[in-house]
Design a protein around this ligand. Sequence first.
Ligand code: S3P
Length: 445
Amino acid sequence: MKARISPLRRRIDAAGVRVPGDKSISHRALMLAALAKGESRIGGLAPGNDVRSTARCLSKLGVKLARGEGDPGMGPDDAIVVGQGRRGLREPNGPLDCGNSGTSLRLLTGICAGAGLEATLMGDESLSRRPMERVAAPLREMGAVVETASNGRPPVTVRRGHPLHPARIETKVASAQVKSAVLLAGMFIDGETIFSEPARSRDHTERMLRTLGADLRVQGSTVTLRGPAELPGFALEVPGDLSSAAFLIAAALVAPEGGSLQIEHVGVNPTRTGFLDALALFGARLKLELGGQSKAAEPTARLTASGQKLKGAHLDGELILRSIDEVPILAVLGALAEGETVIRGAAELRIKESDRLAQMAAGLRAMGAKVEELPDGLRIEGAGSLPGGVQIDSAMDHRIALAFSVAALAAEKPTTIAGAEWADVSFPGFFALLQRLGAEVEILA
Ligand code: S3P
């Protein structure tokens, strides 16, 4: 599918806008509900394909799971999960297909290793290129037998019958997926699992486990879980995904000056808000009104953005870790700002759903920006505008599709996104929402 997006000539004015539920929290909520004993009710799950992959794999592991589609008592993004406890999972009778979702594959590997289940986990063409040794190696240190394909890529096979033991795991790269895989495996162990990473990655797993009564301590970037962790069924409302809201906020910022786009109930966990800090460095003014703590022990806020001029910014270090999925849209803002934007410390982007540094550099250049690709980032000479008028390929990567859609709104000539359907991985309904906000989007077969 192609989306032809015309320049947005008017400001964005809308209130009460909602974005899809947080993808990271949704994966974890489903997995912890599957390991809990009893019924869990989860509201506002991320509707995209990634979380559907997790749900499908959990069903294959014998978990009873019903989504609210078609059920009059439930919203389409609500789910009821009947967990049978950690020991209630069964071996799947075929490979676990994780689709495009690295989070599904890596976290479920941790669960299968902890449960001692024989399972093979695989994914689509993009996921099949991503490194899995980062999760296989620590699980082996814990006693699991985990095989990856010869180049360390999927498929990943976990062998049955190798009980895990307490371990101290130290990683070189900060990764919430690796941390979560280790903690999920640690839930099955009688004793302590200690996990240290060089900097603190997103902490949704820790927050949820603690809220559900697990014996878990956090000190700096070290997490200690004392297992076994027996969880009760729970009720949880997933906050909106800041990583999805970021595209709408960026659209409002680069629209003609003024207007006001108000997005409700967005998760603002401090391990995720690097994007908001980066906006401040671009000189953007944004209104953030804190709401309550959601039942997932996650802070939420109403965010309001309006069209304004941006200046170039230098983005680096822990800010990048806290905005890792927002780097593509930050690069778009850099191209539309006045002055130089430099992004460093983002080498992890090369092994996401695509090589996002290469895709952003090539796409922004095609749209008319001056961009230098660095080993771990980008240097962008912002000219305050983008010519556009070209076709950009999404490279099977939702955030590339979404980022260039926003760039297209701010370009001088209409721009076509090829492979626009990949936006559905995290943001189904994105193009319809853009139309509601006043954009001209033509969907071509
Ligand atoms: C995620 C962690 C991050 C992030 C990904 C989702 C998660 O990846 O980029 O989109 O839900 O744990 P890493 O853990 O590989 O850094």
